[in-house]
Write a protein that binds this ligand. Structure first.
Ligand code: CP
Ligand code: NVA
Length: 315
């Protein structure tokens, strides 16, 4: 499945903040390590022996929290969970002060935050690895698990076509960065005012030139899904944007993934969603629970990919 050899480590950055800090070679290597961890978990049982990681969450989570907690402990490490859902980071003391203190006690920070700049500041302040567990702008752990899932299903990512339908949000941005690094064609359909960030689009397209990936933007979801191997959607209202929910429910109506839209995708195409799903809004029950849905494989693979991320950050 994976083509990169495990024998030749590619030099990696110290943090995972967006997904853009990784080269195409390192991204490929990470998927190969993920496959090895999934097949041989016992070989990685000591990777984090004696290490403590702080998990800081400003927003709710099921998948990310559980997969990091279980994954870290299955590699011999320990977790300190800091629930910041009631008080934003930076309120009681500055972000830099929090990070500088944590660095004296723990060997890494995994954080889910409202603002990407909080992660950037933590990474700039400390020497220990900082991993983005979702921000307003990016969700790299999710996108890596998604491409690993696609590689499992289709054997090879090069030339694969994935459509993303809905909001040009954090998940969409990370899919863009990683599609560009993995040689995938990503066809994104959003309403006019909800297109992905122009800088992320330009950066992804720059990398895509090297890997023969394509990052294409559409307004019409029917055009985007034509002939693709996978159709992906996410919530129309991400955490932190709740005040816009009423407007968004109207604007995104034509972007629902349902039987009619899936019929335009490739014959053996799969349906993807990072979850949690809002049944009857961005996706119908029939598609979410149907035989083409791989959403639970995506969830399961979060753990393996995150173990691989930590493996590369601490080797
Ligand atoms: N997909 C995802 O990150 O799920 P949680 O919000 O439950 O962590
Ligand atoms: N885009 C969603 C993803 C949830 C995992 C959000 O940020 O709420």
């Amino acid at each position: 499945m994976a083509t990169t050899t495990l024998a030749a480590p590619v030099l990696a950055p110290n943090d995972l903040l967006t997904g853009a800090e990784w080269s195409p070679a390192h991204t490929r290597e990470l998927l190969a390590i993920t496959a090895d961890i999934k097949a041989n978990p016992a070989s990685y049982a000591d990777t984090l022996r004696g290490k403590f990681l702080a998990l800081i969450f400003e927003k709710p989570s099921l998948r990310t929290r559980v997969t990091f907690e279980v994954g870290i402990q299955s590699m011999g490490g320990h977790v300190v969970f800091l629930d910041h859902t009631q008080a934003r980071l930076g309120e009681r003391e500055s972000i830099a002060d929090v990070a500088r203190n944590l660095e004296r006690w723990v060997q890494g920070i995994v954080a889910r935050v409202y603002e990407q700049r909080v992660l950037d500041e933590m990474a700039a302040t400390t020497e220990i690895p900082v991993v983005n567990a979702l921000s307003d702008k990016f969700h790299p752990c999710q996108a890596l698990a998604d491409f690993f899932t696609l590689e499992e299903k289709f054997g090879n990512l090069k030339g694969l076509k994935l459509a993303y339908v809905g909001d040009g949000n954090n998940v969409c941005h990370s899919l863009m960065y990683l599609a560009a690094r993995l040689g995938v064609t990503l066809r994104i359909a959003t309403p006019e005012n909800y297109a992905p960030d122009a800088d992320v689009t330009a950066d992804s397209r720059r990398v895509a030139k090297e890997t023969k990936a394509k990052i294409e933007l559409f307004a019409d979801p029917r055009e985007a899904v034509e002939d693709v191997q996978a159709v992906y959607t996410d919530s129309w209202t991400s955490m932190g944007f709740e005040a816009e929910e009423k407007v968004r429910k109207e604007v995104f109506k034509p972007y629902q993934v349902n039987r009619k839209l899936m019929a335009l995708a490739g014959r053996d195409s799969v349906f993807m969603h990072c979850l949690p799903a809002h049944r009857g809004y961005e996706v119908t029950n029939e598609i979410l629970d149907g035989s083409r849905s791989v959403v639970l494989d995506q969830s399961e693979n979060r753990m393996y990919v995150q173990k691989a991320i930590l493996h590369t950050l601490y080797r």
